[in-house]
Design a protein around this ligand. Structure first.
Ligand code: NAD
Ligand code: UDP
Length: 324
C-alpha cells in the first residue's frame, strides 16, 4: 500500500492522539503540529520513537509549511472551560488556523479533513439534528467563541472548496469520550469518572435533565479514516445526488442520555462508589438536547457506532484508574 504523508493539527490532544496512533499503525507517516494548549506530550509519548512519527511545536494561527498528502485539522480547544479561558485565541485558532491549513492545501494540493462540531447547531430547535439544519446559535454568548469560530471555519472550508476546488471533507462531531481525555478537561464524562473514582461529589449542572449523545472515540476514528479514504469522485457524486455541494456529515452515537442518567451509569460501573450527586447552576447557553441524525454517515460509509455507552465508559474508567 502507498505510504501517505499526513499532517494532524491538534494531534497531541485527545482525539488527535488516537488518530495519529491509528494512522501510524496503518503504515502512514504522521506529523503532529500542536502548541500544547490543551494537548500533552504524554498523549503521544508512545509514538515519539517511531521513525514514521514527528512532532512540531507550533501555533496554527501562524502560517506553516510542509508537503503532505492529507491534512486533518483538529487544532482547537474543545472543552467549554478551556475554550472560554481565552475566547479570542479560540476564535483565532478556528478561523486563522483553518485558513492556514487551507492555504497550505491550496499550494500543495493536499486533501483536507476538517473537524467541526455539533455545537454549530447551538441549542437546537430540531431534534435529532440533521446536517441540513442551520442551527440556533447565540453570536455574542460565552460559548460563541467556539460555536461561531467553528461555523466560520466551516464557511472557510466551503468557500475554499467552491472557489479554489480544494478537496475538503468535514465532520460535525457529537460529544466524544475515551482514554487520553485530559484529567482537567472539564467535560462531563472525565469530570464524573474522576469524581466517582475519588469518592467526591458528582457535579450535575442544572437539574441534570439536559441530554447528550456520547460516542466512544474508536467509533469516531473509524468514521474519520473511512471518510478521508474515499475517492474524490465518490464523495462528490454522493453529495451532489443529494443536492449538497459541500461534503459534511454528522458523526456521533445517537443513543441519548440525560446527564443524570450518565452520572448513574458511571457510579454503577465503579464498585463501592460512595459519591453522591450535587446540583450546581447550569452554565449560560448550555444546549438542552443533543442527538445526531447519522443517516448520511451510515449511507456514505456503511458506518454505525459499535461501542455502547457502558462498554466505552468501562474502558475510560480503566484508563483513569490507572492514571490516578
Ligand atoms: P483537545 O483539546 O484534546 O485537542 C485539541 C488540540 O488542539 C490540543 O492538542 C491543543 O493543544 C491543540 N491546539 C489548540 N489550539 C491550538 C493552536 N492555536 N495551535 C496548535 N494547536 C492547538 O480536544 P479534542 O476533544 O481532541 O478535539 C479535537 C477536535 O475535535 C477539535 O477541533 C474539537 O473542536 C473537535 N470536536 C471534539 C469533540 C469532542 O467531543 N471531543 C466534539 C466536537 C468537535
Ligand atoms: N456537565 C455537568 N457537570 C459537569 C460537566 C458538565 O452537568 O461536571 C453538563 C454540562 O452542563 C452539559 C453536559 O454536561 O449540559 C455536557 O457538557 P460538556 O462540557 O461535556 O460538553 P458540551 O456542553 O460541550 O456538550
Amino acid at each position: 500500500m502507498l505510504v501517505k504523508k499526513i499532517l494532524i493539527t491538534g494531534g497531541a490532544g485527545f482525539i488527535g492522539s488516537h488518530l495519529a496512533r491509528r494512522l501510524i499503525a496503518r503504515g502512514d507517516e504522521v506529523t503532529v503540529l500542536d502548541n500544547l494548549f490543551t494537548g500533552t506530550r504524554s498523549n503521544i509519548y508512545d509514538l515519539q520513537d517511531n521513525h514514521r512519527f514527528s512532532f512540531v511545536l507550533h501555533d496554527v494561527t501562524q502560517p506553516f509549511w510542509g508537503q503532505f498528502d492529507e491534512i486533518y485539522n483538529l487544532a482547537c480547544p474543545a472543552s467549554p472551560i478551556h475554550y472560554q479561558r481565552n475566547p479570542v485565541e479560540t476564535l483565532k485558532t478556528s478561523f486563522l488556523g483553518t485558513m492556514n491549513v487551507l492555504e497550505l492545501a491550496l499550494k500543495t494540493k493536499a486533501r483536507v479533513f476538517h473537524t467541526s462540531t455539533s455545537e454549530i447547531y447551538g441549542d437546537p430547535e430540531i431534534h435529532p439534528q440533521p446536517e441540513s439544519y442551520w442551527g440556533h446559535v447565540n453570536p455574542i454568548g460565552i460559548r460563541s467563541c467556539y460555536d461561531e469560530g467553528k461555523r466560520a471555519s466551516e464557511t472557510l472550508c466551503a468557500d475554499y472548496a467552491r472557489e479554489y476546488g480544494i478537496d475538503v471533507r468535514m465532520i460535525r462531531i457529537f460529544n466524544t469520550y475515551g482514554p487520553y481525555m485530559h484529567q482537567q478537561d472539564g467535560r462531563v464524562i472525565s469530570n464524573f469518572i474522576l469524581q466517582a473514582l475519588r469518592g467526591r461529589d458528582i457535579t450535575l449542572y442544572g437539574e441534570g435533565d439536559q441530554t447528550r449523545s456520547f460516542q466512544y472515540v474508536d467509533d469516531l476514528v473509524d468514521a474519520m479514516v473511512m471518510f478521508m479514504g474515499l475517492p474524490s469522485e465518490t464523495v462528490q457524486a454522493f453529495f451532489e445526488k443529494r443536492g449538497m455541494r459541500i461534503p459534511v456529515i454528522n458523526v456521533g452515537n445517537p443513543d441519548e442520555y440525560t446527564i443524570l442518567q450518565l452520572a448513574e451509569e458511571i457510579m454503577k460501573l465503579i464498585p463501592g462508589c460512595v459519591s453522591r450527586c450535587v446540583y450546581l447552576p447550569l452554565p449560560k447557553d448550555d444546549p438542552r438536547r443533543r442527538k445526531p441524525d447519522i443517516r448520511l454517515a451510515a449511507e456514505l460509509l456503511q458506518w454505525h457506532p459499535r461501542v455502547p455507552l457502558q462498554e466505552g465508559l468501562s474502558k475510560t474508567i480503566a484508563y483513569f484508574s490507572q492514571r490516578m
